[in-house]
Design a binder for this molecule. Structure first.
Ligand code: CP
Length: 314
């Protein structure tokens, strides 16, 4: 299958075949990650800049590990240690970095649209590692991989996306990605955390009643409450939110016996998930999602940058 993308910025630009190519390539990199020496020379000589202008644990560390395991050279850049604090513009910053003949910029930024702007001005490959409330496409890929690995097939799965739909960039790419892969998506959120037009994301069903929706779902994807992006008071208290929308031990009897629990992390324990559900040995695949971050990011880097097959088994 031909893979003809320069950037990974908007998941809606990817077809089901493109996404399946990434998931199948991630499976090949799982084999690499199970070796004693977890490194292949496929991106030797390639330089990748990790520009993280917002905090991150999972995305940043997994991109760095993915680059190292593919033998790419990494430059970690961003935040308060750069000349942006002296007033240097985004465009000047990017042009400066590109003068070093880099090959790719991976960017996280609090402003939606920054990855596209960088792609327009730089000429190098760009991956969106989360931009404002817009998208987080590699999160969607690792989510799809984790669900696909457990369920075997994505087509026809009933997936509920629960919580802070209005402020979440995760759902901005997850919901379209689930639809591209043939899932039936239900959005579940309090009215105050629902965007004005939830249909824009492409969900099949929209409800504010978690207890009514749960019995139908094969996968329950709990979103993090985006405390850093909340304006006003969209719910009376975190305790109230947990009572109505938290996936708690008391709600387990409403779930299908084989329903899975996902969360992008970081978890607000006791708010959107209690520890019983977050650590559930049969249902929770949250740490599988974290591991899939390495595999799918290795796959995306390899496919976008046209890496060599050296060291990868067929
Ligand atoms: N899921 C996610 O993007 O986590 P980080 O903010 O830790 O990267």
């Amino acid at each position: 299958m031909a893979f003809n993308h320069k950037h990974l910025i908007d998941i809606t630009e990817y077809s089901a075949d493109d996404i399946m190519t990434i998931l199948e390539t991630a499976t090949r990199f799982k084999e690499v990650n199970e070796r004693r020496i977890k490194q292949v020379p496929t991106l030797k000589g390639v330089t990748v800049v990790n520009m993280f202008n917002e905090p991150s644990t999972r995305t940043r560390s997994s991109f760095e590990i993915a680059e190292k395991r593919l033998s790419a050279n990494s430059l970690n850049f961003g935040g308060s240690s750069t000349s942006t604090v002296k007033g240097e513009s985004l465009v000047d910053t990017v042009e400066t970095l590109c003068s070093y003949k880099i090959d790719m910029i991976i960017v996280r930024d609090k402003h939606a649209g920054v990855p596209r702007k960088i792609a327009d001005v730089s000429g190098v490959h760009v991956i969106d590692a989360g931009d404002g409330k817009h998208q987080h496409p590699t999160q969607a890929l690792l989510d799809l991989y984790s669900i696909w690995e457990r369920k075997g097939d994505l087509n026809g799965l009933k997936v509920g996306v629960v919580g802070d739909i209005g402020h979440s960039r995760v759902c901005g790419s997850l919901i379209p990605a689930l639809k591209i892969m043939g899932c039936e998506v239900t959005v579940i959120a309090p009215p105050t955390l629902m965007p004005a037009r939830p249909d824009i994301l492409g969900a099949d069903h929209v409800t504010s009643n978690l207890d009514e929706a749960l019995p139908e779902l094969d996968v329950v994807y709990m979103l993090r409450i985006q405390r850093e992006r909340l304006e006003g008071a969209p719910y009376p208290s975190l305790r109230e939110y947990n009572l109505l929308y938290g996936l708690t031990q008391e709600r387990e009897h409403l779930m299908k016996p084989d329903a899975l629990i996902c969360h992008p992390g970081p978890i607000n324990r006791g708010v959107e998930l209690d520890s019983y559900m977050a650590d559930h040995p049969k249902r929770s695949i949250i740490l599988d999602q974290v591991y899939a971050g390495i595999l799918t990011r290795m796959a995306a880097l390899y496919l976008l940058l046209g890496g060599s097959e050296d060291g990868i088994t067929a």
